[in-house]
Design a binder for this molecule. Structure first.
Ligand code: PLP
Length: 625
């Protein structure tokens, strides 16, 4: 648990069992049951879907919605707050149909609504959100079609709020409201002056792209007043950016927004709703700190602070407490999905054996390098380190000038790696190792994982987002390798070399050596938010298989299965016609028969392979699957 920090980031959803399996804790009726992830994966593979695969746990999604509502409701009760809480889920965080369906089901009890930032998201929201007590918040750019649909749907009793993000939107909304005979429910999105230090801090502060300045908000109020529509202004919205690490800046933003809110009532607006946007963070690295990958507060503290701030400001102004709306996405969806992939191969520089044919007449520097091994001990560690580096550099230079052979260079390289590994082993046992060795062994085993970073973990590539990564089995064996992970795209950016180990950020992940004829599975956790649809088709590696898992009467239930993209699918996304591809390949094969390069029956075999591949998975398929 300590090595991979499970207790710190897992929020009690995952734990390690005595047999070394990682378990997920799911609701089985009223009880929580621990289910082995390797058993789940085995069950899926037996049914015909292989790794890489994305596991979805709807139970964890339900839990997060429940926790968020309980946190706000108890903060409201404890503080004597007179308003209520209504969460909305921002569809952009994970737009998959299954997610929206489940969120609207689990959220029904709490009148949990949806946030739509575009026309497609609005259409999805209207199809799934029919609760008249929940809100549909419309952010983003809105054209006439968007506005008309929202206004017409308001007639059916839905609470749809059009949030004005750009001054130019107001006139169109007013015009369409008159044309359609609908009184809209309006909001304004404020640019707050408060900033935060998250990855997404550009969404906050006065230079943020979206939202209205205080001046523009007041112009909006004046225009609405002139049209006799000031009572349609119901909501103030702000969004601080995602993954806000520091509770202090959350409090500051809430205070600033509450002041704007009360001043809008002073101006004559009806108000009643304060929408605090997203930003509630996830503790990816388990440090509970204000680093980018963490946050220094929990859900309960977040809710209590927001409620307290809003209450204090409204009490001072002697106004009713508003309904608090939050648009938490990451905090709701992150735990939902886990990416599982198998390791295909390991490239281990320290295990590189010395070539069996050593040079016949080695260069004197090669001899000197090999002698280092003979006098290497704790007392002269620094000297051996210096010598090894010196002779290795000399040999590289000799090679560049054509004075030693490739075979001699390879020999020296292996020797050097072996000496350095030994030096670091000795240094690790010393109380005060030489300073040059303080960074630890620089050699890493590269573990090749059957996944695409660009498809499944885009934030890891784009913004160095840190996700918990660990084996899902063999956790009762000591992991002896110091690894980095590479994916199967042929892109040097397709790798993970930032991990959280024993609570610290490290450039390597302790992993187990591969056993013959045995799969080795790793899991990447907290990938339910933003990763699925931000991913791209780099190298034409497509969507992975997805399986939704629950538990009933102690038995694992595979509730939904979605086969990942086939090669035909991804080729069609980039405008290939698969029939045409087959035809083009057929003509090459037929020409080869005509030219006597292959026989007709070989042509049949080749064509069968081509057709079979086109229908297959885009990822590495093991021969036995
Ligand atoms: N609301 C708006 C307007 C957003 O732009 C976002 C995403 O950045 C969110 C809500 C969701 O934020 P989070 O995932 O941090 O909860």
């Amino acid at each position: 648990n300590e090595l991979y920090g499970v207790d710190n980031w897992a929020n009690d959803f995952f734990s390690i069992s005595e047999n070394g399996h990682l378990h997920v804790h799911l609701h089985d009726e009223d009880q929580k049951t621990a289910v082995s992830l390797p058993d789940i994966v085995d069950g899926i593979r037996e049914r015909g879907l292989d790794t890489p695969l994305l596991l979805r746990f709807h139970d964890l999604l339900a839990d997060r919605i429940r926790n968020l509502n309980i946190a706000f409701n108890s903060a409201i009760t404890q503080s004597g707050y007179q308003g209520c809480y209504r969460g909305v889920y921002p569809i952009k965080v994970n737009q998959q149909q299954q997610v929206i369906e489940e969120i609207t089901q689990f959220g029904e009890l709490y009148h949990y609504g949806l946030e739509a930032g575009s026309k497609p998201e609005l259409l999805a929201a209207l199809a799934y959100m029919h609760d008249p007590d929940a809100y549909i918040i419309c952010n983003g750019y809105k054209d006439q079609e968007f506005i008309d649909l929202a206004l017409q749907s308001t007639k059916m009793g839905l609470q749809i709020i059009l949030v004005i993000e750009m001054p130019s939107e107001l006139n169109l909304i007013l015009e369409r409201s008159v044309a359609l005979g609908v009184r809209p429910m309006l909001g304004v999105r404020a640019k707050l002056s408060t900033c935060n230090n998250s990855h997404w801090s550009h969404s906050s502060g006065e230079n943020s792209v979206f939202g209205l300045t205080t001046n523009q908000i007041l112009n909006t109020v004046d225009t609405l007043r002139d049209h006799g529509m000031l009572n349609t202004l119901r909501l103030l919205h702000y969004h601080q950016g995602s993954q806000v690490p520091d509770i202090q800046s959350i409090r500051e933003s809430a205070t600033e927004a509450s002041r704007i809110y009360t001043d809008l009532i002073h101006e004559g607006a009806t108000m009643g709703l304060l929408d605090i946007g997203g930003g509630l963070g996830i503790d990816y690295d388990g440090s509970r700190s204000d680093s980018h990958s963490s946050r220094n507060y929990g859900i309960q503290e977040y809710a209590a602070d927001i409620v307290e701030v809003v209450k204090t400001v409204c009490d001072e102004a002697q106004f009713n407490h508003p309904t608090i709306i939050s648009e938490s996405g990451r905090a709701v969806a992150a735990y939902y999905s886990v990416l599982i992939f198998n390791i295909l191969d390991v490239n281990s520089p320290s295990a590189d054996s010395i070539p069996n044919r050593i040079p016949e007449k080695p260069h004197p520097h090669t001899m000197k390098l090999s002698e280092v091994e003979g006098y290497l001990e704790e007392a002269n560690l620094q000297e051996c380190y210096n010598d090894a580096i010196y002779y290795r550099e000399e040999i590289l230079s000799l090679f560049r000038h054509g004075n030693v052979s490739l075979r001699e260079r390879a020999y020296c390289n292996s020797l050097f790696t072996r000496i350095m590994t030994r030096i670091h082993e000795i240094a690790d046992t010393m109380e005060q190792a030489p300073e040059a060795l303080a960074e630890g062994n620089p050699f890493r085993d590269v573990y090749y994982g059957n996944f695409s970073l660009f498809q499944s973990l885009p934030d890891s590539w784009a913004i160095n987002q840190l996700f918990p990564v660990m084996p899902i089995h063999r956790l009762n064996e000591e992991p002896t390798a110091r690894a980095t992970l590479a994916d199967i795209t042929c892109d040097c950016d397709g790798r993970i070399d930032q991990f959280i180990i024993k609570g610290e950020h490290q450039d390597h992940l302790p992993l187990h050596p591969l056993n013959d004829h045995e799969n080795y599975f790793l899991g990447v956790f907290l990938v339910g938010a933003y990763q699925e649809t931000l991913g791209d088709l780099h190298n034409l590696l497509g969507d992975t298989n997805v399986v939704s898992v629950g538990v009933k009467n102690g038995k694992v239930q595979y509730r939904r299965e979605l086969a990942g993209d086939t090669i035909a699918d991804v080729l069609s996304y980039v405008e290939y016609d698969t029939k045409n591809l087959v035809e083009r390949f057929r003509s090459l094969a037929e020409r080869s028969v005509e030219e006597g390069k292959i026989t007709p029956s070989q042509r049949r075999q080749i064509m069968d392979s081509y057709r079979e591949s086109i229908a297959g998975y885009t990822y590495y398929e093991s021969p036995n699957t």
